[in-house]
Design a protein around this ligand. Structure first.
Ligand code: CA
Length: 231
């Protein structure tokens, strides 16, 4: 199999160097850039398999880079944010990023995030987005409109079922509160986060053995939720 080509966009030279060296040691091909303009150009000409993007760049905002790249490709983008504010990550996710890392992060954390994105891509490439979704003990039969856990039917309300399907269709990806509420309740209801929390809690009670330490649906405090891809 060909090596995965990762594009690293980071203006902080020592951090860029550390990431480049760490990824090269793990047998990834790395292309690196320090500016927003060059990042867009390299994404178009080098066709990377994945993009690691620092949000604070000297010549532009990371969100603008995501919007430009998303005009022609769905290549996964993991944003790197040095800032504490969740709003940067949320805007990046809403602009089309797939995941995020907050500085400072360890190399192990970075590699884990890349591998989980790779798994998700492999899952999509394998055509596993068909009529029946399987993840661990969870099965969703889209055609029948039913979900099962360890072969037992889950008794879900229509909203819980829609939530579950939305998370499943984006397995491995962090979905923001805004994205989820728009998809489940429609435009104009994107601030319906209190309702989302209520329905998420009832869904988890039915889905998770230990709702306090969930296996399937991960909470990203202040950001949103992700369904984990279970091996
Ligand atoms: Ca920066």
């Amino acid at each position: 199999m060909d090596k995965w080509k990762i594009m690293v966009v980071e203006d902080d030279a020592p951090v860029r160097h550390l990431i480049t060296v760490s990824l090269s040691a793990e047998d990834y091909t790395v292309i690196a850039s320090g500016t927003a303009a060059e990042a867009v150009q390299l994404a178009a000409t080098q066709n990377p398999d994945m993009i690691l993007l620092d949000l604070g760049l000297p010549d532009g905002d990371g969100d603008e880079v995501i919007e430009k790249i998303r005009l022609w490709t769905e290549t996964p983008i993991i944003v790197i944010s040095a800032r504490d504010e969740d709003t940067d990550k949320i805007e990046a996710l809403d602009a089309g990023a797939d995941d995020y890392l907050t500085k400072p992060f360890s190399v192990a954390e970075l590699l884990a995030r890349l591998r989980s994105t790779q798994r998700r891509l492999t899952h999509i490439a394998a055509g596993n987005t068909e009529a029946v979704f399987k993840n661990g003990d969870l099965v969703i039969d889209y055609a029948a409109g039913c979900a099962y856990l360890a072969e037992q039917p889950l008794k879900l309300t229509p909203i819980e079922y829609r939530l579950l399907c939305l998370l499943a269709q984006n397995v491995g990806k962090v979905l923001t509160h805004k994205f989820i509420t728009q998809k489940v309740w429609g435009v104009g209801w994107e601030n319906n986060i209190a309702s989302l929390r209520v329905f998420m809690a009832t869904l988890r009670k039915k889905l998770e053995t230990y709702p306090g330490s969930p296996t399937y649906i991960q909470t990203h405090i202040g950001v949103g939720y992700r369904m984990l891809k279970i091996d």
